[in-house]
Design a binder for this molecule. Structure first.
Ligand SMILES: [Mn+2]
Length: 291
């Protein structure tokens, strides 16, 4: 794979820490957007995260070390022009498959949540016992949205058809169809309306997961005060330290085999959401390799 210019490179790393060969982590910018329902702009998400990442301090106070030494390669942005959702997912699937074959850790930047299906398929093929840890304001468990099964509002439904081992947190907006689906299938969904009062019991949360976990994060799962830059913002939501605490334990206890951050929709001159996402990705890399 060719090398992205430093400005488009996560953390702006020198080649010493970012060639494909030397890197354990591979960042896949996947600016797919087709079914976004409220505001558009998620196609600009990966670029905004990469730009913001240039400002992330590589030394981490919590773990007392630098994480970039593990090697973090950023591939050129995937080109979805002229492609349907299915074809776009297929392209990401093929790219991810190669990354996994090379024993590297894929980190995908969306793009709307639909594109996660391509990453999921590659991970599920390699890890048949896969389960999903899902952060989102929305359940994304509609059978189809506006007649489209490849919609950002249906991604969990689509994945659960073949891999029903999922747990969702941050959820605070669902439609009646989803409420019935969740109830009927006893889907472990932790509603934000409840967990804001009770907090999280991570043992209980993780009891729904297998050893191999795919972490999928829709950034609207967080409080809009932390990350306003998303197409469908919802009041309430997860906080910074609360989330890091959960993620740190998740990486400690489980084998997180891949992750993505989707639905980032940058707002001009309001960069703190982009920066929060970039820093969270870096923290996750640290939790995966250095704790
Ligand atoms: Mn969402």
């Amino acid at each position: 794979m060719s090398h992205a210019p430093i400005a488009n490179n996560f953390l702006g790393l020198e080649s010493q820490y970012s060639t494909y060969e030397k890197s354990k982590v591979v960042i896949l910018p996947a600016p797919f957007e087709a079914s976004t329902s409220y505001q558009t702009g998620t196609a600009d998400g990966p670029k905004a995260i990469l730009e913001a990442s240039q400002q992330v301090e590589v030394y981490d106070i919590e773990l007392g070390t630098h994480f970039h030494t593990v090697g973090i390669h950023t591939t050129p942005s995937l080109n979805f022009s002229g492609k349907t959702a299915e074809q776009s997912c297929q392209l990401l699937y093929e790219k991810t498959k190669k990354v996994l074959l090379d024993q590297k850790w894929p980190v995908m930047l969306g793009g709307e949540h639909t594109i996660s299906y391509g990453l999921f398929r590659a991970l599920f093929e390699k890890y048949p016992n896969l389960s999903l840890f899902h952060i989102d304001a929305h359940a994304d468990m509609r059978e189809a949205y506006e007649g489209n099964p490849y919609s950002h509002a249906s991604i969990l439904y689509l994945i659960r058809k073949t891999c029903p081992r999922t747990v969702s947190i941050g959820i605070r907006s669902i439609c009646e169809e989803e409420a019935l689906y969740i109830k009927k299938n006893k889907v472990p969904v932790y509603f934000d309306t409840q967990t804001q009062k009770t907090g999280f019991d991570t043992n209980d949360l993780f009891s729904h997961l297998t050893e191999d976990v795919y972490l999928t994060i829709d950034v609207d799962g967080f409080s809009p005060s932390l990350i306003p830059s998303t197409g469908t913002p919802e009041p309430g939501g997860l906080g910074w330290y609360e989330t890091l605490d959960i993620l740190k334990k998740l990486f400690k206890k489980k084998n997180v085999v891949g992750m993505d951050f989707v639905e980032m929709m940058p707002i001009k001159n309001v960069v703190y959401g982009d920066f929060s996402v970039a820093k969270m990705i870096y923290k996750c890399i640290g939790y995966n390799y250095f704790q």
